[in-house]
Design a protein around this ligand. Structure first.
Ligand SMILES: CC(C)(COP(=O)(O)OP(=O)(O)OC[C@H]1O[C@@H](n2cnc3c(N)ncnc32)[C@H](O)[C@@H]1OP(=O)(O)O)[C@@H](O)C(=O)NCCC(=O)NCCS
Length: 181
């Protein structure tokens, strides 16, 4: 989907920084090889596309996960990854105004055909850099207990992984992922 076709509602938040080309598994700015990937700020067209693919990407009903607040009110630092103009992954997250500002990842999803190719890592690296520039000193995410792929993914990215009992209410433990920036 071409960036030029994106329409923005009156009063909607302004566009973030422009896209940058990265190569999965490599640092930004390194020479391109293989299939290059664009990482850029989330637009409304991207959000609409995300809503249409989450059930497929999660392998079941997941339509409530990308709540619109993560575009309209909390979308300033949200990101998408594209390959050949197609959505390869997304990261919905924001900088929480806690005493020590914190980057919080609400939802990250990678197209099933693009997994284990460094797309998730590249999205987290860019998001972490943007949060750091906005004053955050740490980054956090959560998932359900037993979500082994999320646990292994966050471990690989240097996160501490803990089970916190009652995190989401009595008897509702969660995996909590934390890393300093
Ligand atoms: C979890 C998810 C975001 C990972 O994204 P990804 O782009 O495939 O991850 P990357 O390729 O950047 O992986 C980086 C490292 O994390 C680890 N990792 C990633 N996915 C893993 C998995 N399923 N099992 C074990 N380790 C995994 C690996 O160490 C990997 O490095 P390697 O491929 O060189 O071994 C992706 O699988 C996904 O979208 N899953 C469905 C939605 C979901 O679970 N979201 C997270 C909820 S918190």
């Amino acid at each position: 989907m071409a960036a030029a076709s994106h329409r923005r509602a009156p009063g909607a938040r302004p566009a973030g920084p422009g896209p940058a080309t990265v190569v999965p598994g490599r640092g930004e700015g390194e020479p391109a090889s293989g299939e290059p990937m664009q990482i850029r700020s989330l637009t409304k067209d991207d959000y609409d596309r995300i809503v249409s693919v989450v059930d497929h990407w999660w392998g079941g009903p997941a339509g409530e996960r990308p709540h619109p607040v993560f575009y309209y009110e909390l979308g300033e630092h949200a990101l998408v990854a594209e390959r050949d103009g197609e959505l390869a992954g997304f990261l919905l997250g924001f900088v929480a105004p806690t005493r020590l500002p914190l980057g919080y990842v609400h939802l990250v999803g990678i197209h099933p055909d693009h997994r284990r190719q460094g797309v998730g890592r590249a999205l987290y690296e860019r998001f972490g850099a943007r949060c750091q520039a906005a004053g955050a000193r740490g980054i956090k995410a959560i998932s359900f207990v037993g979500d082994e792929s999320a646990a292994r993914f966050h471990e690989a990215l240097g996160f501490e992984v803990r089970v916190e009992e009652d995190y989401a209410g009595p008897g509702r433990a969660r995996l909590v992922f934390r890393r300093e920036l």
